[in-house]
Design a protein around this ligand. Structure first.
Ligand code: PMP
Length: 396
């Protein structure tokens, strides 16, 4: 039977960018030891205290259908957190609880764009972005950034892209950024806000890495003048609390948009399990101390990596200001990110993501997730640098 055009074309021409990842998993399944520096998955598990709270909630009976927009307690806790971090007035009516940030990406675009509208996003981007947009029948339009700008978008590039676009409705931004590790400067965010106000666009701000900032400060664009009415913020407990498998996150935005997206949730996800919401409440109540504890290994490995990278000048890096990744510029080897990553996997059983899988702006780069134990991480990065030096010597 014929499937819909929408689903057959979901992955688009760029493929799904997971070739190296799947090959690494196949090698592991065949019994090989592979160092996986691919996806954004912590090497620690969810804190046992959070799991105990989840267990207690489930045993206490919170196992039936839960409140679909989210429990009042959790929506209040998220609203309080957002208000404390941004200063923007935020109440329960501004919060929808979702099964992770991924569901938030889908719901926000569903709520703001109609079929055939153009949804803009910044390249390089988290791999699922274009697929989410295509799944909704939207036209994904990438706006390229430049490595020399630390992959932060320039306002005039945004302006030009919006002007050249048919039916633009939304702009999706992500700071701290996956894959680049960039944290958008105030100037960058003000430039973005000017463009979206000028062209009457929705701004969708993916802030799932907001607790992982190593340098500078995270600023939510919702906090800029006149932005609360046109900004939808996506948050998640996946990265901040090592709760990737619990599937819990949120959308923050204007009350009418939240209420419409609650209607969408009623017709799609039917909400998030009550015991998971209770565990999230418990986790948020632990405050910044627990978030700092979850972020600490990445902060530590970032310092180890920068130290190692400073001892050579072939592979270049923009020190990540946030998130759990290093974006390495391997252009001096003469290889593409894809060939480099495949060869590194074949020769040294180290898996990294090719830059090309995040868009054309990251060609000639590889993304390294800092997600294995420190000694293994340093050893793998050392091997990667030696491999790069060999490749460069062969090309010379
Ligand atoms: N946005 C970005 C930038 C991400 O990196 C991820 C996960 N890797 C997500 C959203 C989705 O995360 P989750 O659904 O687990 O909250």
């Amino acid at each position: 039977m014929q499937l819909s055009h929408r689903i057959i074309t979901l992955l688009g021409d760029e493929g799904d960018g997971w070739g190296v990842f799947y090959r690494a998993r196949a090698m592991k399944a065949a019994g090989r030891a592979v160092t996986e520096l691919t996806i954004g998955e912590h090497d620690i598990r969810t804190d046992p205290r959070i799991l105990a709270a989840m267990h207690d909630a489930a045993m206490g009976g919170h196992t039936g259908y839960a409140s679909i927009p989210g429990t009042a307690e959790l929506r209040d806790a998220v609203a309080a957190r957002v208000k404390a971090r941004t200063g923007v007035a935020t109440g329960r009516e501004n919060v929808l609880i979702t099964p992770g940030g991924q569901a938030g990406l889908f719901a926000t675009h569903h709520a703001t764009c109609d079929t055939g509208d153009t949804a803009l996003y910044i390249d390089p981007a988290y791999v699922t972005y274009p697929g989410v947009l295509r799944a909704l029948g939207l036209v994904p339009q990438a706006i390229s950034t430049r490595a020399e700008d630390g992959f932060q978008p320039r306002a005039d590039d945004l302006e030009a892209a919006v002007k050249a676009t048919h039916r633009p409705r939304s702009l999706l931004v992500n700071s701290p950024n996956n894959p680049t590790g960039g944290v958008y400067a105030r100037d960058t965010l003000e430039g973005i806000a000017d463009v979206v106000r000028e062209h009457d666009l929705w701004l969708i701000s993916d802030e799932v890495y907001d607790t992982q900032v190593w340098d500078g400060a995270h600023l939510s664009p919702r906090a800029l003048p006149d932005m609360p009415e046109r900004t939808l913020v996506i948050g998640s407990m996946s990265k901040s609390h090592a709760m990737t498998g619990s599937r819990i996150g949120w959308i923050v935005g204007p009350a009418d948009a939240i209420s419409r997206m609650a209607d969408l949730a009623t017709h799609t996800t039917y909400g998030v399990p009550g015991f998971v919401q209770d565990a999230a409440c418990f986790a948020l109540a632990q405050g910044a101390a627990l978030e700092a504890q979850v972020a600490a290994p990445f902060r530590r490995r970032r310092a180890l990596a920068l130290d190692l990278l400073a001892r050579q000048n072939l592979v270049r890096v923009q020190p990540p200001q946030g998130a759990m990744y290093l974006m390495l510029d391997i252009r001096a080897t003469g290889l593409s990110g894809e060939s480099f990553a495949m060869a590194l996997l074949d020769r040294h059983a180290i898996a990294v993501m090719p830059g090309e899988s995040f868009g054309i702006a990251a060609a000639g780069h590889v993304r390294v997730a800092m997600t294995v134990a420190d000694d293994l991480f340093v050893a793998a990065l050392g091997q990667l640098l030696d491999f790069a030096a060999e490749q460069a010597a062969m090309a010379a």
